[in-house]
Design a protein around this ligand. Sequence first.
Ligand code: PYC
Length: 489
Amino acid sequence: MWQRFTERARRVVFFAQQEAGRLGESFVSTEHLLLGLIKEKDSVAARILDRMGVSLGRIRSEIERSVTHNVGRQEQDIQLTPRTKRVIDLAYDEARLLTNDYIGTEHLLLGLIREGEGLAGRVLAKLGITLERTRAEVLALMDSHGSAHASKTSPPKPTTLRESLPWLYDKAVATTKPKIHVIDSHTGGEPTRLVVSGAPNLGTGSLVDQLTLFRDRYDQFRSAIVNEPRGSEAMVGALLVAATTEECVTGVLFFNNVGYLGMCGHGMIGVVSTLSYLNLLQPGEHKIETPVGIVTVILHDTGEVSVTNVPAYRYQERVSVEVEGIGTTTGDIAYGGNWFYLVEGHRQELTMQNIEGLTDFTWRIRQALAANGITGADGQEIDHIELFAPSPTEGVNSRNFVLCPGKAYDRSPCGTGTSAKLACLVADGKLQPGEVWKQESVTGSVFEGSVAIVDGQVIPTIKGRAHINSEAFLLLDPADPLCWGIREE
Ligand code: PYC
């Protein structure tokens, strides 16, 4: 393991031994390692602590106040305590999670925080340094290397690989090929691909600003990740971005084979489960920011995830439209983080054997809505069509078929679609706050939904479970004519 230590990380261990000797100790404890870390002033760890507003002097005085000063020792090769060895193991693990093939001072810092119980961990916690925040700073520092992504204006579209992916290209020089670390999960059959590293830095603007920058400047990155041949029409991508408020553990942008989503219920469950898999999120309640607002998630001890969504509402009731080949269709227009047209009386069989027919039926409805200028509030496009029928499963309230924006059907019951449904049920007086509504997808997977009414608004909560099914590096080969995925243009 030592041969993977950077020059600076090795110096930190050397300084830690010196500090232990100075304090008359016969073993290197975590506090000596932390003292060694802050002695290496221009290190990545020092920059990260600085970015988090923690002065090295403050850390030193906190430690000095807590340690006993014995008569100094001269030994050169003072051994590590088992706890310090554990910090080194955790640093190694942090490097692995960040896909770094070296162990640097930043990984030692993360190891000290993660170990948590030694004096160093306690001092860092006292100074408000959390694992999540430090990891986010490490990623931000890695990604900001070599490019000015934070600009809010939209520069011209890049054309070459180097222009498009400067942050990857720089890393490619150090390694072999540009690569993006992703982790895939599925929630009730619907896939989510979380980008762990290799993403562009979208700055620290509002989530809408960051989404705009993503769309204007890095749309090729979207299609490279979720479109065929690396992805599929059903794949939803998730990119962790800076949140605008400290109350959120992260911000997240969702995207699919044709564009971007305001919120994504199954995707949020997938993101939370993946962050848990990475040991970045512990069971309990957390807040996550999306372009349409802040959602509250609970990671249960069972592995299930509850997502308390942004407010949902029925915008218009019983809106009729003439659909080519079908005739008059009537449905409700509702919002659940995305816009939906919800249809009950359609005489369609919601079964897996009828997927082609259902896709054709709902696609025609979507086109008819657009052709007739029927939209959500403020002219927003209705890009999800949802059909409902009774569920064949005992104890389940309803089955749905959801057509997503890129013409794929949702394999899950659709978190935002279920939220829109709950809002319609409340508007019809068919669902009371706290009552559980079990929504089944056409594949048979089920979400549990319920609502609270807060200040007159319907706040839906969706509960489901995701399973992690792959961890991979996507390779971007400039010689590949489909490097950016198969795009619709
Ligand atoms: O679960 O909200 C959802 C969703 C939207 C599109 C695909 N899944």
